[in-house]
Design a protein around this ligand. Structure first.
Ligand SMILES: Cc1cc2nc3c(=O)[nH]c(=O)nc-3n(C[C@H](O)[C@H](O)[C@H](O)COP(=O)(O)OP(=O)(O)OC[C@H]3O[C@@H](n4cnc5c(N)ncnc54)[C@H](O)[C@@H]3O)c2cc1C
Length: 637
């Protein structure tokens, strides 16, 4: 299949307007004749459900949690980007576009990123109208702070709870439509499979997580907003329920998976402190506005931080990258932290940590000012580590945080299956090989509030639909396959817990497909994953039954999918013989240890299609064409 991104013609700045004009419309009175399924209620799904229902479509919305409000998006801390230029620092749509393309190491589509930058300003207006309590400056305008990879302050925030406040906005809009009867909300449902009938996505199979019942739901189109897959690493900053299952099932039904190896490792997380941990905690990137990153100059220095004099400290980001300093993008900051620890300059008990120090900021601005900006984050840090970050520097280390890979979508956010749209972190579309901070919230809301309302109409208006119901064969077959799989999981009757398998899988991925990769390690990881997967299906224990609330069963299903998906990530990493953004293959680095891209051979999106059980996936290429920015070696010096 030829990968056609359907990028509209014309100048970059006019593509989206032109496309919106050219898209066919569904008459307002006809919209009520169409049903749309939205899976996920994070910022992408919440925004999409509310907007589509507001337009008049009948929406059915599904999520795993007991309330749409508990989606992983609620955890987002630092902020959301927009090119408002309230600070008069010289920001513009073009600059946001350029920073994002460069931040992604030139592995994202120009047209998508430009549209994202254009829409960024509408998002802020819409959220303010909803009542989202963004921080404000002394004059009453919305305040901004800086995030990595940008030399202007363009990040809008609500203390360290931006995701929560934005999600409350989307949730209010969603619940308004629930009250109006335009959205039917199905919480506590897990999508187990996608139903494809006559080549079109026409429904889903879900498990009611309370009763265990398998249900089928039909619609004219399906919108997946199921988030990212960082939990393949077991330890990550993601919510415990974040998973790959819905996307992976769609992949198995014919949707291509793009750039699965592009994982973001966030530089400022609380370091791992024991084998009993199942989750890692992010310390927001916003802290790098005021916190200074350093390690002792001398390897093996065990003195307390306060006893290390200034001239025996290495503020390595500030000295190596004078232009961006502590605000270099995440991939760069993470790799440098690892490098310092590899040189023996790591701190803390495990020596796998660096300091993030607020002493200078507190001396300069006063404790109260710092408390006002980051109070809840400092409190969280103290609760977890028992140390007071106002008095002693935080200790931080990189951790898995975000996944730039996802289901391949065209400019309309439609996958390679007709009628299957993918939004938010679940798609691959806008961040290339590295996402800049504060741009995931921007993308999720752009997709949900401002892109899908147009593009889904364009699809519906040009498509003829056969009549399907849950009694149609495709629905019955897919539901039976989902039930069979549950039965198979429950009948393994082995001795090892699912969590134990998951932890081992995560360690393999972290060791060989994490911050630094090499071909030998990736080959080895592939074999280890295959062996572990075989053992999983022979020796996992899944207690309880399927007619009840059974979290062990839920986890088993998700881990089984991670077991297969992990291999796809490794295959993708092996195929990309270059370094770019979060994909750092040790064989490809500059003399200064920065990622060395190979634009001649790898300036493309790698999209994979499923070829059947035990067969290697098939590779497809979407060439990336840069007409507006020049491909350069990324530099933040
Ligand atoms: C700690 C933390 C802080 C962050 N801070 C920021 C920040 O400051 N700025 C920023 O831009 N980004 C931030 N991010 C990233 C950002 O939060 C996420 O990328 C974004 O919220 C993802 O939104 P989403 O709507 O795509 O998916 P999610 O919010 O992950 O929602 C996924 C939804 O899908 C549902 N779901 C999943 N699988 C299934 C299934 N099989 N069946 C049914 N439902 C399913 C879930 O129930 C949920 O409702 C942060 C991330 C983390 C982890």
């Amino acid at each position: 299949m030829q990968l056609d991104a359907k990028i509209p013609g014309g100048p970059l700045a006019q593509k989206w307007d032109r496309h919106r004009f050219e898209l066919k419309l569904v008459n307002p009175a006809n919209k009520r004749k169409y049903d749309i399924i939205v899976v996920g209620t994070g910022l992408a799904g919440g925004a999409a459900s509310a907007s589509l229902a507001e337009l008049g479509y009948n929406v059915k919305t599904f999520c795993i949690q007991d309330s749409p409000r508990r989606a992983h998006s609620i955890a987002a801390q630092g902020g959301i980007n927009a090119a408002k230029n309230y600070t008069n620092e010289g920001d513009s749509i073009w600059r946001l576009f350029y920073d994002t393309v460069k931040g992604g190491d030139f592995r994202a589509r120009e047209a998508n990123v430009y549209r994202l930058a254009q829409i960024s300003n509408n998002i802020i207006d819409q959220c303010v109208a909803q009542g989202v309590p963004f921080a404000r400056d002394y004059g009453g305008l919305l305040a901004n702070r800086s995030f990595g990879g940008a030399q202007v302050s363009r990040t809008f925030y609500a203390r360290g709870q931006t995701g929560q406040q934005l999600l409350l906005g989307a949730y209010s809009a969603l619940m308004r439509q629930v009250a109006l009867g335009k959205v039917q909300m199905f919480p506590r449902r897990e999508m187990l499979d996608l139903v494809v009938a006559n080549g079109q996505a026409r429904g889903i199979v879900v498990r009611n997580l309370i009763t265990g019942q398998i249900e089928t739901h039909a619609a004219h189109a399906v919108v997946l907003c199921t988030g990212g897959y960082g939990n393949v690493f077991f330890l990550s900053t993601n919510a415990m329920a974040s998973n790959i299952s819905a996307s992976f099932k769609a992949y198995k039904r014919g949707a291509y998976f793009a750039n699965p190896c592009f994982t973001q490792i966030h530089p400022t997380c609380i370091p791992v402190h024991g084998t009993y941990q199942s989750k890692l905690t992010l310390m927001s990137e916003s802290l790098r506005n005021d916190g200074r990153v350093w390690v002792p100059e001398k390897p093996g220095d065990t003195r307390a931080p306060q006893q290390i004099p200034e001239d025996e400290r290495d503020y390595y980001l500030e000295s190596k990258y004078p232009s961006f300093g502590n605000l270099v993008p995440r991939d760069v900051a993470s790799r440098n932290a690892k490098e310092q620890c590899d040189m023996g300059k790591g701190v803390g008990e495990t020596k796998l940590a660096v300091y993030l120090d607020f002493a200078d900021a507190i001396n300069r601005d006063g404790r109260e000012a710092i408390e006002r900006k980051y109070g809840n984050l400092f409190q969280m840090y103290e609760k977890i580590t028992g140390e007071d970050p106002y008095g002693t520097p935080m200790m931080i280390y990189p951790a898995v945080h975000y996944t730039m890979g996802g289901l391949w979508v065209d400019y309309n956010l439609m996958s390679t299956i007709d009628g299957l749209f993918v939004l938010g972190e679940a798609n691959f579309s806008d961040h290339g090989a590295n996402r800049l901070g504060a741009s995931a919230l921007m993308q999720g809301l752009a997709d949900g509030y401002f892109v899908i309302p147009y593009t889904i109409g364009g699809y519906i208006a040009r498509t003829s639909f056969s009549s399907v119901t849950p009694d149609t064969v495709a629905f019955k077959d897919t539901a039976r396959e989902a039930s069979d799989r549950i039965e198979k999981l429950l009948s393994i009757n082995g001795k090892r817990t699912v969590d134990d398998f998951h932890r081992q899988l995560g360690q393999i991925m972290w060791d060989y497909c994490g911050m630094a990769r090499n071909n030998q390690g990736l080959e080895k990881a592939r074999g280890m994953i295959q062996e572990l997967r075989t053992e999983f299906w022979q020796n996992a224990t899944v207690p309880g039954d399927d007619k009840d609330f059974n979290q062990s069963l839920e986890r088993a299903g998700r881990v089984a999918d991670f077991m297969e998906f992990a291999e796809l990530m490794v295959i993708d990493a092996l195929a990309r013989q270059e370094s770019c953004g979060g994909h750092f293959n040790e064989a490809y680095q500059t003399e200064e240890n920065e990622a060395r891209r190979d634009d001649e051979n790898f300036c493309h999106v790698a999209a994979w299609s499923h070829s059947g059980p035990d067969k290697d996936p098939e590779f497809h290429k979407e060439p990336l064409i840069f007409e507006n920015v020049e491909l350069t070696q990324r530099s933040y010096k």
